[in-house]
Ligand binder design. Structure first.
Ligand code: NAP
Ligand code: ZN
Ligand code: ZN
Length: 348
């Protein structure tokens, strides 16, 4: 076993504390990565506040540099800039894996944190840490044109909205609405616009209207105002719902156009749906999460060509608890990214 330093929450406490962590010794197809930047996803907040038996190290959208390679590694060399998302392994054999949708692996993909390693059964620890060890197949070359801090959120927030946007055929002529302008939401807006779609933001208040406009959105509708939603009835071909809490889908399904689709990616618990909200207009309800390896590589390529990265506030990792409190309060525009370099110093 090798050791690194990171931010660990105990079983009964959401507070992260600096701790020495164990990483596995490199297997033949592993690379070791010095983690430089890790995005703070709302899922990290959910995980920290979910009861659990073991300690938790969050962090599943990160960039860094390869520091060591296993003997069978062919795609990476020491010094290469890389990016890793929220899955780090899968069976590789099931129909989903064979189609390049490792995120839907029949054996469930290995999550970057809070999962179980497929080979040695150890719990996976995330990238709020200075070093990570992963199979080379689940690391992506970070294109030179992408800023490493602003690119980190592409690996969870970005890919989670990219796959449904692509699967639903988003392009010129598509009318897209993005509900919730947060980490996922602002990347959904940027990606939809870069794909050529006419894009609208739906937010709880008008407070983010200037940002929506700066991002290139056509308009911002205030979800708290029933008249604004009523005026947009049946308008959108694709609706991406990123709201981080349980909510009534009815008002949002009514915004979907004939044969259009609402992709609910924000709240991953149970949903209640009135059949009439789908019946009227033959509307479709779907969900998505994370991405397969080909899709993730394609997204990174698209982001370089279209200059898409996250709007980030980069902070030293020692401020992680403060940042999580601010994320919980909605005080972020639009993604916190931890700079892990402070872990090299004994007193951070
Ligand atoms: N499907 C997946 O694989 C996947 C991957 C990553 C994250 N997630 C989930 O996606 C959700 C969003 O993540 P994120 O990192 O984008 O979070 P975030 O940055 O906090 O953004 C969530 C947005 O939802 C809206 N919102 C928050 N609380 C709300 C409330 N009480 N009522 C209505 N709207 C509310 C806010 O938008 P406005 O201020 O504009 O209203 C907020 O900006 C989380 O639940 C996360 O766990 C899912
Ligand atoms: Zn995430
Ligand atoms: Zn599989």
């Amino acid at each position: 076993m090798r050791t690194t330093t990171g931010w660990l929450a105990g079983p009964d406490d959401p507070t992260l504390r600096r701790a020495t962590l164990h990483r596995r010794d490199l297997r033949d197809d592993d690379i070791a990565i010095r983690v430089d930047h890790c995005g703070v996803c709302h899922t990290d907040l959910h995980a920290l506040h979910t009861p659990r038996d073991a300690g938790l190290v969050p962090g599943h959208e990160f960039t860094g540099v390869v520091t060591e390679t296993g003997p069978a590694v062919t795609r990476f060399a020491i010094g290469d800039p890389v990016a890793v998302g929220n899955i780090v392994d899968s069976c590789g054999k099931c129909p989903m894996c064979r189609r390049g949708q490792e995120n839907f692996c029949a054996e469930f993909p290995t999550l970057t944190y809070g999962g179980t390693d497929r080979h040695d059964g150890s719990p996976t620890l995330g990238a709020y840490a200075r070093e990570h060890v992963v199979r080379e197949d689940f690391a992506y070359r970070l294109p030179a044109g992408l800023d490493p801090a602003a690119a980190a959120p592409l690996l969870c927030a970005g890919i989670t909205v990219w796959e449904p946007l692509r699967a639903l055929g988003t392009g010129p002529g598509t009318r897209v609405a993005v509900i919730g302008l947060g980490g996922l939401g602002h990347l959904a807006v940027k990606l939809a616009i870069a794909l050529g779609a006419e894009t609208t933001v739906i937010s709880r208040s008008a407070g983010k209207a200037a940002d929506a406009s700066r991002l290139g959105a056509r308009e911002l509708l205030v979800s708290a105002d029933p008249r604004q939603l009523e005026a947009a009835r049946d308008r959108f071909d694709v609706v991406i719902d990123t709201i981080a809490v349980p909510h009534d889908l009815g008002p949002y399904l009514r915004l979907v156009a004939l044969d259009g689709t609402l992709s609910q990616v924000g709240h991953l618990g149970s949903l209640t749906v009135e059949a009439m909200d789908l019946l009227v207009g033959r509307k479709k309800l779907t969900s998505a999460g994370s991405g397969g390896r080909p899709g993730t590589a394609a997204m990174l390529d698209f982001c370089v060509r279209h200059d898409v990265t996250a709007d980030v506030e980069t902070v030293p990792s020692a401020r992680v608890n403060e940042v999580l409190d601010r994320l919980s309060a909605g005080d972020v525009r639009y993604r916190f990214v931890l700079d892990l370099a402070d872990l090299d110093h004994a007193d951070s």
